[in-house]
Structure formats: C-alpha cells, structure tokens
Design a protein around this ligand. Sequence first.
Ligand code: MG
Length: 379
Amino acid sequence: MNRRNFLYKSAIGTLGLSMAPTLFTGCGNSATPTKAKGKERLELSFEPYDLKLRHAFNLAKNSRTHTPDVQVQLRYGDYIGYGEASMPPYLGETQESVCRFLSQLDLAQFTDPFRMEEILDYIDSIAPDNRAAKASVDIALHDLLGKIMGQPWYKIWGLSPEKAPDTSFTIGIDTEEVVRQKLKEASPYNILKIKMGLDNDKELVRIIRSETDRPICVDANQGWSDKVYALEMIEWLKEQNCLFVEQPMPKEMIDEQAWLHERASLPLIADEFLQRLPDVQRAYGLYDGINIKLMKSTGMHEAYKMAILARALDMKVMVGCMTETSCAVSAAAQLSPLVDWADLDGNLLISNDLFDGMKIVDGKITLPDRPGIGVVPLE
Ligand code: MG
C-alpha cells in the first residue's frame, strides 16, 4: 500500500493543496487500541488515491480506466476510523475539491466523537454539495465509533447479517468477446447487472442469454430519452427475466418518468434522480424504489435515514456504490440487511484495493464480524 505520499492534515487550517504533505504514521490498524482518555480530539488526515479499473468502464455517456479517490483517516486517541471519497466524473467532485473541502474542517473542536449529529451538521454546514467529501468523514466517524464501541454497524443498527442480499455483478457495454469474458468472471454471482443506454442494448441481453439464464437487472443510466421506447424496452426486459430497471430516463424528464411509472410492469429505481434524504420524498410516485449510495447521500448516517424513510413509503430500497475500495463498499454493506437489492461490486472492479472487508460468498454479501465498518488495511 503506497500510503506514504501526499497526506494532508486538515487541522492545519489552510487550504490543503497548498500545504506541505505530512506522512501517514501508524496506518497499520487499531486492532488493539488503548482507551481514549477523555481529553482527546478528533484528528482528520487524508490523501488522494487513484483507483485502477480492471476493465475500462463504458457507460451510456462516457468511458474511463481510473476513478479518482481520496482516502481518509479519523483519529481519536489510539483509535483510527477509515473513510473514503470516490469521485466518478459525473458527480462533479475531484480530488482537489475533496481535499479543499476536508482542509476547511476543524474537527479538533470536538472532544466527544459520539456527538454524531452535531459533528455531521457542522460538516454539512461548511459548503453545499461536496457529498463524497462529506461521506468520507461520515464513514471514518462511523468506523471510529464502532471501534470504540467494539461493534460492527449492522449490529448497532440491530440488523441481522443473514438478511443481507445477493449482490449483482456489473457487465458493462462492450464488444461481444469482452462481454463473454466478463460473464466468465461473473460466474460466482447470482444476479447480473447490465449497463444499457446505447443502440445495441438488446444485443447485449441476447449475448448474455446465450450463456446464462440467471436473473438480470438493468441500469439504463438515463440513456432512454424516448418514453415509448423506454416502455417497450422495459416490457421486453421483463420477458428476459429482468428484476428491475434503474434510472431508465434522464433525471430531468419528470413528466415522462411519471408516464412510464404508471405503465411499466417492472420496478423502476431512481439513481441519478436522487442524492439525499429530501429526494426520497421527491422520488415517491415517480419511481418504485431508490438506489442509495454513500457518495451521494453524504455517508452512512443519512443513508440509513433514507432507507428507513423509503421503507415507510413502501418503496423498494437498493444499496449501490461507485468504484471504491473495500472501505466504502464495506461501509455500505453494513446497511445491506435492510435492502431489497444490492449492487456492491465496486471493490471487485478495481485492481488496487487497500482493505480487506466485506466478502461475497456464493453471490451473497457476507459481513465480517469486526467493529466499525469491518475493514482492515492490506499491507
Ligand atoms: Mg445507476
């Protein structure tokens, strides 16, 4: 793990990118911490990290081989919480914007890390948006608190780990040869997720169906802007053993989405349409469910509230991720016993993971019985 470069400490108080880097120290783990002594303060540190994708990611609107990321540590006494911000370009955040945001935080003002509402409200008040940056601290804070309590978050939330669902495995838009290769890699998974939104959508499904009859779910990534075509595709997909369709139309096409929602016979799940807690109410009546991602929701605290609200509204709940290390993926997995569907394969899509964390066993999310978010750094 190359964790020796480009570490910035936010407590210094100036903008991160102009600061002299400080070395990460003691980044092993906090497996045997001594108890924090009462006058400790929260100390935040962070460094940019480039996630290398195993396969170029071809989506309806772009293609890429790397995802920019920032790794975060939050210390309190001898405890270390790990967090992460992952920034696929369409979200509008960058390593620079995340480091700048984190540099503005003065977390040393907090002596009690359990005042989570107060700490997260403060972070949220620094600037609007910056959701991945906020998520990185939220995840690290959850990891820290779980370690202090000695419990994983699924237990703190009262969830049963055996209720964690299968995760889907993503097959991107690609040449037939690459799709067949990816299907081989996907053999341990019980649900395949297919990215759509190009002209050859049906062809991709036909290739997959020539190899396997496992259920699929489809993410159109806003790729269908004609509502009649979208409905036709959805009804065709239903015959192909498709479970649901994620973000069929551009998020701004509210009236068309309402039209589609009235007619479609598969559940329609909001992804790009929705970011944070107030958006769940906006999605109600337009979509059948929501896809919660920590990098959109500002982290685990709000993600949990979103899942509870969606449940109360009788909506389906899905938890997803970006390409991320096992840090943020394991954090999201803590929520997974609460959801109908999970798409937590982001760590499997990169070749330079930094953590050991949640595992997929026989296609199913398996939560480690470790405190916090359940991760240990790989050395
Ligand atoms: Mg999506």
